[in-house]
Structure formats: structure tokens, C-alpha cells
Design a protein. Sequence first.
Length: 127
Amino acid sequence: MAKTIVLSASEATVQAFDFGELIWYANGKLGNSATMTFGRAILKAGQANFRHYHPNCEEILHVLSGQIVHSLGDELYPMGPGDTIVVPPNVIHNASNEGDGTAVMSILFSTPDRQTVVVDDGEQAGG
């Protein structure tokens, strides 16, 4: 059972990268979800997170603002506000901000302990 029902904004975990930020609001480490990970991804204009995959979970990414191109395997999907993509486990993917402003996305994973395997030389431990 999760220990916390409400997580205040000041308790969120922020990971800063050259490409932007990952902000975590619920997961096993925070102690407020025993079944999922939920957060927000922020991509700076002209930036992309590294290509990676998640061996232990599915990911749902929902664009809140901005314009991105999301790779899923060898396919590319242009996405804007309101668009959602579901990434199966073990599929290499990433997001690239193709717009002039910041892109903001909600991200949800089907495990409280998301694992990430980076497949390029980018920064470690993200998206």
C-alpha cells in the first residue's frame, strides 16, 4: 500500500538533463504508488532525449504542449497537444522537440520501478 495519498509539488523528484527535465510525481521510490510511475517530461526547443527502451514496462506519453516527433522503433510520429502514444516494453524510442518552444508531456509507466536502457551515447537514466 502506498504511504502517501497527496504529494506536494515540493516533494516531486526532478532530474535535469541538457535536453530538459524529467519530473516524477508518483512511483515506488517516492512511496506513493505500488503499481505505476507517473511524471512529466520537458524537452527544450531543438532538443531530443536519448534513444532508449524499458524492459519491464509499457509507457504512455501524452503531449500537453509543443510539437515533437516521437520515434518508435524505425517509425516516426509527429505529435502535438492532445496526441498520445503507447510504447510497448523493449521497443527503442525517443522524443525530439521540433518546435520553437518548450514541449511538455505527461508520462506514465506500468510499474512503480521503471527501468531504462540507453542505446546511444546520450546522458544516462531518462525518458
